[in-house]
Design a protein around this ligand. Sequence first.
Ligand SMILES: C[S@@+](CC[C@H](N)C(=O)[O-])C[C@H]1O[C@@H](n2cnc3c(N)ncnc32)[C@H](O)[C@@H]1O
Length: 496
Amino acid sequence: MSSQAEEAAEQGSNTEGPSSSSSTDNGATTSGDIITVTIGATVPTGFEHTAAEEVKEKIGVETRISKDRGRIYFPITTDKLYQAHLLRSVDNLFVVVEEYDHYQFKESKEETLMELHELASKLPWTKALEVWKLNRSLKKKKGHRKGGNGSKSKLENVATDSPVPNTEQQELPEAPAPGGQTNSESTPDMESSMQESGDTAPEAKVIKFRVTCNRAGDKHSFSSNEAARDFGGAVQEFFQWKADMTKFDIEVLLNIHNEEVVIGIALTEESLHRRNISHFGPTTLRSTLCYGMLRLCKPQVSDIILDPMCGTGAIPLEGAIEFNSSFYIAGDNYDMAVNRTVNNICHIQKRRAEKGGASGLPIDTVRWDLCNLPMRTSSVDIIITDMPFGKRMGSRKKNWDLYPSCLREMARVCRPGSGKAVLLTQDKKCFSKAISRMGGLWRKLHTVWVNVGGLHAGVYLLKRTGAVFGETPEDIYESRGLTNTQADEKDDKELS
Ligand SMILES: C[S@@+](CC[C@H](N)C(=O)[O-])C[C@H]1O[C@@H](n2cnc3c(N)ncnc32)[C@H](O)[C@@H]1O
């Protein structure tokens, strides 16, 4: 082992707190016991700017948005590391070891892999390992990464190839997360994690590690598996660590996006997006995406917020936790969905009560048909929902009836002039047509394009116009001085 490897490995196995050091590795500066490093975070694609806003608000630093969609980078001092785990918009966190904006890959595969092999011993690992160690002490003792079932244990390293950037994970909890992790349904619990500080660094035992390569771009002469294997081999030689795909202490990340290369060390064991849900459904939305949708409509104190197709309740639950001065009503027409929502709410309330915190959440559940809501006209401030795409849930054919009826009923209960709706759907054509048939009850303000389980979907921010509900579309068109055809053409143009 080289002296740098010894120093870095020492950081990995030492169980004491962060030591002071004067060396300044790339991306890390020192100041007494506190060091500054760069944190990378994966976020729902499309909501990178929302995540940057949250980082600015909660940690007070500027964020750099990677050209690789779905990633952000920001500096942090180690005394604030725990705050990164409390961000609501990030899925996974890692500390950056080194980054190259324009890595010049060699022409041939052999040369490139040789270079990646040599790279491992040249990287400034020390500070990142120090942060990894500190991070372990922030988390509660969980043992090894959950969910490992041994199915990948024969693989040397883990890799994901994607010709186009796709950092989004599946909607379904059963789906494997990027990097080959097997997801588990248990929720991470940072609140209690922060209170316990059991440093589990294995002192006398050999550190186990794996390399995960996430690669996007079609101009590489090598596969992700090859990169992970060769880079991982060099990491093993350099540190004398032991490769283990399932029971590892350290996960080294090799993120390659075209010519951008970022090497990091993972700080999260499972995506933070699972934090609220204990009872999953077939299309449970990531909490991080729910947070992005909620921020779009800026909930205000005492707002009444409706999710009329709540499924497992992921959106109203995130709202009731993070924007808790509003009141949420979660409804669905499917018994099992309503039960799941109730169970998810109870689970969180129980967890809070056990910790002695405030147990009540500002949320109610009800079984209803969205097309006939048991609510007064103009009584709701915000409607926020994830509509059936017509793929895993419902059908495209049914959407042609469902979308116009539900947009109309939503317009009825929403306050004219001030009400808003944030609606997620992948059935863009049907949605746009349905909006254009609403006779001006809704106006489209903004669309965020997101990736939901590999599907390109739109999050539409709509404003409830002052148009009076109950007039026929023809009446409304007439009041706008238009014939039906002119109004349709105008709406289509606005929506295209
Ligand atoms: C895409 S899922 C919502 C998933 C949810 N966001 C979650 O995270 O679990 C759409 C939901 O709409 C519900 N739904 C479909 N038609 C409905 C209707 N007419 N009234 C109420 N809910 C309806 C379905 O039962 C389903 O739970």
